[in-house]
Design a protein around this ligand. Sequence first.
Ligand code: ADP
Ligand code: ADP
Ligand code: ZN
Length: 217
Amino acid sequence: MNIILLGPPGAGKGTQARRLVETRGMVQLSTGDMLREARSSGTEMGKKVAEVMDSGNLVTDEIVIGLIEEKISGGGDGFIFDGFPRTLAQADALEELMNRLGQTLDAVIELRVDDEALIDRVTGRYSCAKCGEVYHDRTKPPAKEGVCDLCGSTEFVRRADDNEESLRQRLFAYYKQTSPLIGYYHCKGKLHPVDGMAPIEEVAASIDRILDSLDRG
Ligand code: ADP
Ligand code: ADP
Ligand code: ZN
């Protein structure tokens, strides 16, 4: 089964994707993570990507489609597309890629979260520098303060773009360029909206119900 997690910045895509990796052995493909890796490489391409990301705009379709293609061209199944596609051109490219690989896209889970809640989610977000587990100052602190629940690391990082100004631009980009995908996947009968305002465990249970019902066919 291959799925897309769709939703604005801070909706909980990464959090839910990591959980599906743990519970179902699926493979998370986060274009945001891939791009952060590219920017830390220090190459010319990385520098350009860094500038665009910090401004809150979208990186070109060409770059992200290339990154995804690299990851899935070896085949396989059980992909979770997290933060991709973000434009109609990316959605078309994904469809073509899946067709070429003889794969299907089974579901698009749309996480619905209010704009005001997103500011709080993004400004309170941090993650483990070692294993990448995602935390939040208020809604998801580690069980033991300053120590990662998963790997025991005491080093954490905050993203350069997780500030209010960048978020505003990212939201603008989301509504303008990404939200048309909601209608696109609705037309294809693949859209499954989920209340992303609920606590993490409840959102996870809603997603499980959708995936289980698809599994049963
Ligand atoms: P969030 O988790 O806050 O939604 P991401 O980590 O997915 O953010 O993405 C961070 C930034 O990386 C975006 O603001 C954008 O600049 C770039 N980016 C990530 N995925 C894509 C994509 N599919 N197309 C274009 N740009 C992307
Ligand atoms: P995205 O990948 O969509 O940008 P994240 O999964 O990184 O979103 O979540 C953004 C922030 O909100 C993180 O700090 C995370 O711990 C927190 N978070 C995620 N889901 C929820 C939820 N359902 N309720 C409260 N906080 C959440
Ligand atoms: Zn960790």
